[in-house]
Structure formats: C-alpha cells, structure tokens
Write a protein that binds this ligand. Structure first.
Ligand code: ATP
Length: 248
C-alpha cells in the first residue's frame, strides 16, 4: 500500500505492573484512509496495542518500555487520551460504556466536549452519525440504558465521531452481538472509511467480519505479530482459515 501511514507502531514492548510480556515487539503501519484489522485470540495483545496508541495504558499501570508510536508523523507515546483526541485520534473502548440515564443524543454530545468544537461542527458530526447509524435518530430522546447492545455500540462509536477524528481505534465492536447487528455496524464502519475518509484500527476476535471490511490484517499471538498481509491474502491462507476463520 503506497498511501502514507497515519499511525505507525514500531517494535513496541508493553509491561503491566512492571511484568514483561504483554507486548513483545509489535510493529504495524496503518495507511491513511484505510481500515486495518488486529486479529488474534483472547489475551494475544489486541487491546493492549490499542491502549498503547490511545494513551490508556497508564490507567492500568501499563507502560510502553521500548519502541515508538507515531501518529501523523509525530511521536505520541505517553500522551494522554484527551490530547490525542484533540489531534484527531479517538478511541472506542471494549465494552461500550454508555451513561444509562442520559438520552442517546446526550451521550453523543458528551463526545464533542473532548475537542474544541463550534456549534456548526457539532451539528455536522451529529448529522453524520445519524446518517451512518440510522437507528440512532429514531431513539435519540430515550435513555441510552434502554438501548439494545447493538445500539449501545453505535452510540459508543458515535461518541468518538463527535470529535470529527481522522482516525478511530476501535476495540472489539462485535462483542456479544448477533451476526446481523455486527454486519450493520461493520457496514457503517466501512461507509465511514470509504465515504468520509476516517482511518480505522479495529481489534476483533471475529476475523471473518473484520477481514470483510479491512484492507489489511495483522495477526497477534502472545504479544507478537504472527503474520500480516492484505485481507484477501490472509483469507486465502489455510492456517489463517483454520485458526481464525472457523473453517477446517
Ligand atoms: P481480549 O480480547 O481478551 O481483550 P487481547 O488480545 O485484547 O484479548 P490483551 O487484553 O491486550 O489481549 O492482553 C494481552 C496480555 O496482557 C494478556 O496476557 C493479558 O493477561 C495482559 N493484560 C491485559 N491487561 C492487563 C492489565 N490491566 N494488567 C495486567 N495484565 C494485563
């Protein structure tokens, strides 16, 4: 891929509580305007890679002890999440936490406060979210706690989009959702990428769905990148099919 890289991770090693091994030298590059998938089993290091890039390790007593993380050509290792959001790098954590008693729209508006935005920019972001997730305007005034799991995932992604990011780090959006709902969410991610130019790094155990929309995939195992390639090349490999795509 000849597009310049928006996020570059070079040989990072991550420790939690001073204990080595969470990441043992992970490198990957996410080209501008692409979708990259981070695949692998439970505990392989997908979430840790996203947290390293989004400034979220500190809260879990994790630390990048080696390597380099660059966003848009600048070193970002150690920067806190709010400064990254201000530069256009947003994240959606695993588990889609919503404020249950606030309305869907209030949950979205909270995301706009992380980056200085004018009223026009907020309106534009909200319109885009409602276009890409047409379920949300239908329930915008009801409490987020009453929304389905899929709708809550849409709210979580929407909240990140309120800062009009250039890149979103998205952790396990399919978790606990029915396949049809997962398809809807992944279709929306693809539209955000293709129509709106948002770059994504997507961590997923559901490799089949992730590779369907991703340009590239990186397979992690035990804190290392086991293999990487274009989605079509990975999907054609027998070992990948057997271990990650549920085929035999
Ligand atoms: P999952 O899908 O379960 O989130 P993952 O591929 O995202 O899996 P990570 O959560 O990144 O994997 O975990 C990588 C390694 O780091 C694992 O060995 C895990 O036990 C360890 N780890 C993750 N978070 C912490 C933490 N807060 N404290 C200590 N160790 C952690």
């Amino acid at each position: 891929d000849l597009r310049p890289s928006l996020l570059t991770i070079e040989s990072i090693e991550v420790v939690y509580h001073g204990v080595i091994g969470a990441l043992r030298g992970v490198s990957l590059a996410v080209p501008r305007h692409s979708i990259a998938a981070l695949l692998g089993a439970n505990g392989a290091g997908k979430s840790t890679t996203l947290k390293a890039a989004s400034g979220l390790l500190a809260g879990e007593r994790g630390e990048v002890i080696k390597g380099r993380i660059a966003y848009d050509g600048e070193d970002i290792a150690g920067l806190p999440p709010h400064l990254l959001v201000q530069r256009g790098l947003a994240q959606v954590l695993e588990g889609r936490r919503c404020f249950a008693s606030l309305s869907v729209e209030e949950n979205l508006l909270i995301g706009g406060h992380l980056r200085h935005r004018t009223a026009t920019q907020l309106r534009r972001a909200l319109d885009l979210i409602y276009t890409r997730f047409p379920r949300l305007p239908l329930i915008r005034r009801s409490a987020a706690g009453l929304a389905s799991g899929g709708e809550q995932q849409m709210i979580a992604i929407g909240r990140a989009l309120m800062s009009e990011p250039r890149m979103v780090l998205l952790d396990e959006p399919s978790m606990g959702l029915a396949p049809i709902v997962v398809s809807d969410i992944f279709d929306a991610v693809r539209a955000l990428n293709q129509q709106d130019g948002v770059t994504f790094l997507l961590a997923e155990q559901n490799a089949t769905q992730a590779l369907r929309i991703a340009d590239h995939g990186h397979v992690l195992e035990n804190g290392r990148v086991l293999s990487h390639g274009t989605s079509s090349a990975l999907m054609a490999r027998d070992d990948i099919k057997r271990f990650y795509l549920g085929e035999s």
